[in-house]
Structures are given as C-alpha cells and as structure tokens.
Ligand binder design. Structure first.
Ligand SMILES: CC(C)(COP(=O)(O)OP(=O)(O)OC[C@H]1O[C@@H](n2cnc3c(N)ncnc32)[C@H](O)[C@@H]1OP(=O)(O)O)[C@@H](O)C(=O)NCCC(=O)NCCS
Length: 219
C-alpha cells in the first residue's frame, strides 16, 4: 500500500530483533492468522475487553476490524497506532500506542499481545521498548501508561523491567466477573534510566502532523 496519503504506512520502529509497522493488507492477513491461532489459554482472560472470546474466526475478524478502524478513526487529537510486530520477517503480534490530546498532555497508553507460540522469549519487552522510544524520543512524551490484570505476571514483568511504577488499581467487569487491573506509569526520567534496548525510528517526520506534534526544525 502506498504511504503517500497516509504516511504512517512508512513509519518503522526497529529493535535488534524486531520491526514494528502499521500492517498493509498482506501483513494484516498474517496478523489475523496469528490472532486466530491463539493469544492465551482458553481459561485465561488477560484483556479488560474480552475480544479473544468466540473462536479463531471471530478473533481474526476482530483484529482485522480493529487495525483498519484505527486508521479510519484517526484524528490528531485522538489516535491509536496499531502496529504489527515482525520477528525475523514473520508477524508475531501487535503493539498499540494510544493517546487523546497528546499535544497537550504528552501522555500515551500501550497495549499489546503476542501469538502463544511467541511468548516468553523477550519479544514483548523489546516491542514495548520500541513504542516507548517512539513516544519519548520521537514524539516528546512526558508519560506512558499501561495496565494489566494483577494475575498477568508476564505483562507486569515487562512493565517493571522498563521502569514503570504502580499507579493504583481499578476493577473491571470481565466475562461477568470482577477483575483487578494494576495501572502502571512510566515517566521520562525512569524511561531514560531503564533503557536497554537499541531502537531506531524511520519515516517519522511526515507523520508528525498526524500525531498532533510539530515537525522538527531540521525536517
Ligand atoms: C504480555 C506479553 C505481551 C509479554 O510478552 P513476552 O514476550 O511474553 O514477555 P517477555 O518474554 O519479554 O518478558 C516476560 C517476563 O515475565 C517473566 N515471567 C514469565 N512468566 C512468569 C511468571 N509466571 N511469574 C513471574 N514472571 C514471569 C519472564 O521471566 C520475563 O521476565 P525476565 O525477562 O526478567 O525473565 C505476552 O506474554 C502476551 O501476549 N501475553 C498474552 C496477552 C497479554 O497478556 N497481553 C497483555 C495484556 S495487559
């Protein structure tokens, strides 16, 4: 897909093992297949919105609509960047970065998942470090937030490693039951102090307007 009218298709975040990019039609096909293959065990539900319920076909369609919906609904004042995560050229999961009034607050929120076969190999840490770099280094963020069920040790471990601090809890009704979410917060100083993944950004300048932030003076 030509990125001319939608420069976000030209944005790339690279880490030592990964590339994160807005999926074109071909990569979106791969991403929905990963979602269909499973993101967690059936008796588990790590998400506040249980989008993974309902079987492979429904997961595929939900993922397809989610990614295209983020493009269709994008506004500089309210956006979600929904990136496919590629490991050795293969799509393994999704990493989202969401913000409302980012130009004013400097705050964005992350959410992510990997296909079951790709979990617990450090990929989740590397992809979150990638979007944290985009937020802080690329877009000048002040804070990043995240949240995870209190019984999701992997997600909580990723946040802890990257320097997020606990920021209270909240309850959510999930599958008709009350679940506790741990809120997490990463400020710029803590991000700097915990940076350990080398990240590069490519193709960001033409996207700045869409993110609601000014172009850099040199661009
Ligand atoms: C959450 C998720 C994105 C994390 O990605 P990942 O690649 O699995 O995570 P990583 O391998 O980078 O890091 C996981 C860490 O958790 C630790 N961990 C794993 N199982 C653990 C357990 N049972 N108890 C404590 N720590 C645990 C690992 O040791 C690792 O820490 P380390 O690097 O210090 O050893 C991924 O597991 C996933 O997609 N899970 C299902 C969907 C999900 O939960 N999404 C997030 C919703 S908030």
């Amino acid at each position: 897909m030509a990125p001319r009218c939608w420069p976000l298709y030209g944005l790339r975040i690279t880490t030592p093992r990964l590339e994160l990019r807005l999926p074109d039609e071909e990569l979106l096909e791969e991403l929905v297949a990963v979602a269909a293959s499973g993101v967690h065990e059936a008796d588990d539900m790590p998400f506040g919105v249980p989008w993974t319920d309902g079987g492979p076909e429904k997961r595929a369609r939900t993922t397809f609509q989610h990614v295209l919906g983020t493009v269709a609904q994008w506004q500089p004042e309210k956006w979600t960047l929904s990136l496919a995560v590629l490991h050795e050229g293969e799509v393994v999961g999704r990493q989202d970065l969401t913000a409302s009034d980012f130009a004013v607050t400097g705050e964005a929120h992350t959410g992510s998942w990997l296909g079951l076969a790709h979990q617990n190999r450090g990929i989740g840490t590397e992809m979150r470090a990638g979007v944290a770099h985009l937020a802080f280094q690329g877009l000048g963020a002040r804070t990043l937030t995240s949240s995870a069920m209190t019984d999701n040790p992997r997600s909580l471990a990723v946040s802890r490693k990257l320097g997020y601090l606990p920021d209270g809890v909240e309850l959510a009704a999930v599958r008709g039951a009350a679940r506790t979410l741990q809120r997490l917060r990463l400020d710029r100083a803590s991000w700097e102090a915990h940076r350990s993944v080398k990240v590069e950004l490519h193709g960001l300048e033409p996207c700045r307007e869409l993110f609601g932030v000014a172009r850099t003076a040199s661009a």
